[in-house]
Design a protein around this ligand. Sequence first.
Ligand code: SF4
Length: 224
Amino acid sequence: MRTFWDELALYLEYLKAIGVKALPKKKAFERFLKLDLSPPPKSLAEIAKEIEGCTRCKLHRTRTNIVLGEGPENATLMFIGEAPGRDEDLEGRPFVGRAGKLLDQMLGAINIRRAEVYITNVVKCRPPGNRTPEPDEIEACLPYLAKQIKLIRPRLICTLGLVAAQTVLATTQPLSRLRGKIHEIDGIKVVVTYHPAFLLRYPSYKAQALEDLKLLKRLYEELK
Ligand code: SF4
């Protein structure tokens, strides 16, 4: 059985392999969530209009499409991943590649339809070569995610992967410390699990992901 330190070492190796140089600044997300938006967004279409042609960070230079997210404006459950990949960048939709197919299967495993949840990412443009978004890119893009959360007001958020968990929870703790717990931000419950792309690479973690999904399903049924 893997210890916490084995798991941490594996994560650090994974992060290094995908080019992570630094993790997001602590409290960044809390700060953005507390922003008094003036005027607050009235619809997702308004946020889409605002983000159109965005050049707030260097990712605009290499993207094909901005991937804002998709799902109902009144969704109870929101999934937040890290960043669009190649297929998402080409289609302009979140989670449509191999990782997207696995996310669909994960949802199917707990009898939740993709059409009933809102799906987005921390950053809305694809980092070149699918590298992890850098802290300045995350900070530049966070106001859009904060607006999506403030508008949709999901009752439950599921973060996918380390970057999304650390950004949303404004923490630097490893995933192993964050999983299996019910967190809360701004009155919204948050459950943490692995990113489907990580599970494609390390399928032995799927059993743990299923435990996270069961917790998510239990909360979802309670909150619906
Ligand atoms: Fe703008 Fe976000 Fe795209 Fe950066 S990642 S250019 S902040 S939309």
